[in-house]
Design a protein around this ligand. Structure first.
Ligand code: IPM
Ligand code: MN
Length: 376
């Protein structure tokens, strides 16, 4: 059921988070200029710097407020030296706490290279990968694997002797991420750049790990429900080189939590760097979207980081909302943001430092907002 107004909570968090969320907000505001407001934006404070100042990771009532939102746009969390007494990073609640608490089991990370984007290789900025060859979406399991609390230490006489993290793969967890990835592959407009084939690749380490064998068996069983998809397999170590060498082969990829964390950062290189990498943490009723780059303390407060990952996260959020509430206006807004991203990157008019340019974060936001306004 569509709504008149959608409740969006902005969670700027730490470091460069607030700088990029401000630009995402500009885009949401540009989309609804001259029309009846569609998006009600509420900012909730929290994260590591908030924890340092106030002793809690959320502003009072923040967690409850977030739960009521139609969608969440997160900046970044984490700050050097700010750690909770339990050893977790301060800001944990905003990312991992919400992933587990709201059961956001699909971590969806598109890896697409837009024409006009360059790669930083050493000190040079070049076009290395062909944009036509990079267009995949990686689905990472987001609520289990190595990220559960099934860990601990053996401490004797005050000294830690052993630390253990158990990797948990459940049938429920594997099934649902695999099914979401296959459903997505089935309805995606495009197949793999190489041959247009609707291919779904299972990335695991099933030559060694029992949990990965179970993940792959589950993949094979669920694939029977999707006969029009081509199934494909890669061990995670081999995938790490194929994704760089032959990205055109990949269309939709599904993998477990920790492997997904690593390979999506790697894949960001072929999409132009972390400044372009966005992710959606998606459950059945809630979803949170974010640029993946983190709080980047070195760059914080300088108005210099690349906000395109946040624009892409905003596009993903609108797309998800459009589908969730069956509202074509939101899907159209997502398209407008996408067209604006394509245009601005193609024109090269918003290149931040990571692209060898001099445009600031807020200038890039102004350029994108203007492009959004110019698209009907
Ligand atoms: C990511 C991040 C997080 C993760 C951190 C911030 C806990 O690296 O979203 O990829 O490890 O999942
Ligand atoms: Mn990561």
């Amino acid at each position: 059921m569509s709504k008149n107004v959608y409740d969006i909570v902005l969670l700027p968090g730490d470091g460069t988070g607030p700088e990029v969320i401000r630009e995402g907000q500009k885009i949401l505001e540009a989309l609804q200029e001259g029309t009846q407001a569609r998006y009600a934006l509420t900012t909730v404070q929290g994260g590591a710097q908030y924890y340092k100042a106030h002793g809690s990771e959320w502003e009072p009532g923040g967690r409850e407020r977030v739960e009521k939102a139609d969608a969440i746009l997160l900046g970044a969390v984490g700050w050097p030296g700010v750690v909770r007494p339990d050893g977790n990073i301060a800001g944990y609640e905003l990312v991992l706490g919400l992933r587990f608490g709201l059961d956001l089991y699909s971590n969806v990370r598109p890896c697409r290279l837009y024409p006009g984007v360059v790669h930083k290789i050493g000190k040079e900025y070049k076009q290395v990968w062909n944009p036509e060859n990079v267009d995949m979406v990686i689905f990472r399991e987001n609520t289990e694997g190595l990220y559960t609390t099934a860990h601990g230490e053996l401490t004797r006489g005050g000294a830690t002797e052993v630390a253990i993290d158990n990797r948990i793969i459940t049938q429920k967890g594997a099934e649902r991420i695999i099914r979401r990835a296959m459903e997505f592959a089935q309805k995606r407009e495009r197949g793999a750049p190489e041959d247009g084939v609707r291919r779904i690749t299972c990335v695991d380490k099933s030559n060694v790990l029992r949990g990965c064998q179970f993940f792959r068996e589950t993949f094979q069983r669920i694939a029977k429900e999707f006969p029009e998809l081509e199934t494909d397999y890669a061990y995670v170590d081999a995938f790490a080189q194929w994704v760089v060498r032959s990205p055109e082969h990949f269309n939709v990829v599904v993998t477990t939590n920790m492997f997904g964390d690593i390979v999506t950062d790697l894949a960001s290189v072929i999409q132009g760097g972390m400044g372009f990498a966005a992710g959606g943490n998606i459950g059945d009723r809630h979803a949170m979207f974010e640029p993946v780059h983190g709080s980047a303390p070195k760059h914080a407060g300088k108005n210099e980081v690349n906000p395109f990952a946040t624009f892409e996260a905003t596009r993903m959020m609108l797309d998800w909302l459009g589908e969730r509430f069956s509202d074509p206006r939101l899907t159209a807004d997502a398209r407008r943001v996408e067209q604006a991203i394509v245009k601005v990157l193609h024109d090269g008019t918003a290149r931040t430092y990571d692209q060898g340019g001099k445009v600031t974060t807020s200038q890039a936001g102004d350029v994108l907002a203007a492009a959004v306004r110019s698209i009907p």
